[in-house]
Design a protein around this ligand. Structure first.
Ligand SMILES: Cc1cc2nc3c(=O)[nH]c(=O)nc-3n(C[C@H](O)[C@H](O)[C@H](O)COP(=O)(O)O)c2cc1C
Length: 226
């Protein structure tokens, strides 16, 4: 085997450990704190992060215990993009499928700092209210302190022109929401985060989100954290 000079060997070792930059696979992922302003501009999701899909499926489970540690900006980006991010800019279709491509689901993110609406175009969060309303997104104690609660609200008016029975419309909206939520469950399982899909929400939640009951309903909620 060819002998390396000490300096060259040291440089090689340094490269192997740290790659001298951010693109190194073994480097710690970036963990930028979230600044909860009027908008939160999310960085592009890091598509290289996480385990294999097989390992994510193996590790997927529902969690009901969370620390109060917040998600980093990069983790938040990954979670929201997994739920409802645009993965085909040419037609604005999402990471999750939608019955007839109608996309009735609107995604809200509830933090201790406020309530935000996710905008897939632009991959950002827009604040709709300040203050901690996390407890309204569920009925179980852990919901009030989980660092992030997602709410999948369905807009029934998207189906107005379709000759589909109301009961089936609600069913389809629920199916859409389940796809979004399961994308998140797999993302969290792959990246060392925790999550749980929740059907239980507080009856006051629609009002907290400023949504009208006849047109909207909460299809699902989900807690996310560490
Ligand atoms: C549509 C749906 C709604 C759920 N709602 C709740 C809920 O409100 N509260 C809860 O603690 N778990 C809820 N769960 C999680 C289930 O209880 C959980 O998936 C089940 O016990 C199996 O456990 P596992 O996910 O760890 O495999 C829900 C799951 C689904 C798919």
């Amino acid at each position: 085997m060819k002998r390396l000079f000490p300096a060259a060997a040291a440089a090689l070792l340094l490269t192997a450990c740290c790659c001298g930059g951010n693109s190194c696979k073994t480097a710690e992922p970036a963990a930028t704190p979230v600044v909860y302003g009027a908008t939160i501009d999310l960085p592009a999701p890091d598509l290289t992060r996480g385990t294999t899909i097989g390992e994510a499926l193996q590790n997927r489970r529902s969690w009901r215990e969370y620390t109060d540690a917040p998600l980093s900006l990069e983790e938040l980006s990954g979670v929201l993009w997994a739920a409802a991010g645009i993965n085909r800019p040419e037609n604005a279709h999402l990471t999750a499928p939608s019955a007839m491509g109608l996309y009735p689901i609107r995604l809200y993110a509830l933090f201790a700092e406020g309530i935000y609406r996710y905008e897939a175009e632009g991959h950002r969060l827009v604040r709709i209210a300040e203050g901690d309303r996390r407890a309204a997104s569920g009925t179980q104690a852990f919901v009030a302190t989980a660092p992030l609660n997602l709410v999948y609200a369905a807009d029934l008016s998207v189906y107005d022109e379709r000759p589909i029975p109301a009961e089936h419309v609600r069913y389809l909206c629920g199916q859409d929401a389940a796809g979004y939520a399961e994308n998140v469950n797999l993302y969290t399982a792959a990246t060392g985060l925790r999550s749980i899909t929740r059907g239980s929400v507080s009856p006051e939640l629609l009002g907290v989100l400023g949504l009208e009951g006849g047109r909207w309903f909460v299809a699902l909620a989900q807690s996310v954290g560490k």
